[in-house]
Design a protein around this ligand. Structure first.
Ligand code: ZN
Length: 320
């Protein structure tokens, strides 16, 4: 046997083993053009991205309408009932699912229990609070039928509509908004003139405990009426009122936001105004089903919810 030849054979064999080892065992960068252009079957579709897009707007009236129906299905959200406890947890869950930080303020005011839900986004200034009450009035004392006057108000417009607009805003507001926004869902607004109760217990307790001064407060109440006519409210800050009515007109909601003063309200904006805070009440107080058993989801429209919600979204995007 030729010694040189056997060395050559061994060398070739060793090189072959080394080549197989490199090819099969060592990881190598994938430079194949097909591998980088053909998507893997396990790759998630772009629409399935779990993080919200920076600008998820505009406001959907249909989504807000679904929030009204969900609250109706719980039953009247009267203080102390199971439906009341359920709506608090539902609001918390919905806001947290959209990435908001949620706190529940548990306290008492005038010897009544109060549970306000506060959802926060961003920090610093300007600091804006958007509020709505979530409770339903204990009794439909404006009902024409005496038997129904002792039943609770279903509260589709008076309660559920405001909550629905706030929750849809929670979805559509950009997460990188250059301001601090609190969505405050007030408890116990609607039991005034009943023995042992008064109006606006939740917002009174909230403002009493509030540290610092928000730059603007906007309350929405009864803004879902299918026949929506929102007049400027007399106690509201006139400058902020004009600003929002102007944005509504520019957005094509001039029919819903009527540029005339009409009612004078005691509502969740009142405690803020009494503390010298710039606040307004957006309310359509010409609602024939107010505090009756007829305040049901069929009286509310997606378009009305959208008129108010989209106006507020545009205002929040614009406000410096
Ligand atoms: Zn009411």
């Amino acid at each position: 046997m030729n010694n040189r030849r056997s060395i050559f054979v061994i060398l070739v064999f060793a090189l072959a083993v080394a080549a197989i080892f490199v090819a099969r065992v060592l990881p190598r960068p994938d430079t194949s053009p097909t591998a980088t252009t053909v998507p893997s079957v396990t790759a998630p579709a772009p629409t399935a991205a779990p993080t919200p897009t920076p600008t998820p707007g505009p406001f959907s009236g249909e989504n807000a309408m679904r929030h009204v129906v969900t609250q109706m299905e719980m039953g009247p959200r009267v203080v102390g009932t199971e439906a009341h406890a359920r709506v608090v947890e539902w609001i918390r869950g919905e806001a947290e699912a959209q990435g908001w930080q949620v706190e529940i303020q548990e306290t008492t005011w005038q010897n009544q229990p109060v549970r306000n839900v506060i959802a926060k986004l961003g920090s610093g200034t300007p600091w804006v609070i958007i509020g709505a009450h979530f409770d339903s009035r204990m009794v439909a004392d404006k009902d024409l039928d005496p038997e129904k006057q002792t039943q609770p108000v279903p509260g589709a417009n008076d309660g559920a509509s405001g909550v629905a607009v706030l929750l849809e805003l929670a979805r559509v507001l950009p997460r990188d908004l250059d301001k601090q926004v609190w969505l405050v869902f007030f408890d116990s607004e609607d039991n005034g003139r009943l023995p042992g109760w008064d109006w606006i217990l939740g917002s009174r307790a909230f403002v009493d405990a509030l540290e610092g001064t928000p730059d603007s407060v906007v309350i929405v109440d009864m803004i879902g009426d299918a026949d929506l006519n929102i007049y400027k409210e007399r106690n509201s800050d006139p400058e902020l009122t004009d600003e929002i009515w102007q944005i509504a007109a520019e957005a094509g909601y001039g029919e819903q936001f009527i540029p005339e003063l009409k009612h004078s309200m005691l509502d969740d904006h009142t405690p803020f105004l009494e503390k010298g805070i710039r606040a307004i009440d957006i309310i359509d107080f010409d609602y024939p089903y107010w505090h009756t058993s007829e305040d049901t989801a069929d009286k509310v429209s997606a378009h009305s919810l959208e008129a108010v919600g989209e106006t507020l979204r545009l205002w929040l995007l614009k406000e410096e």
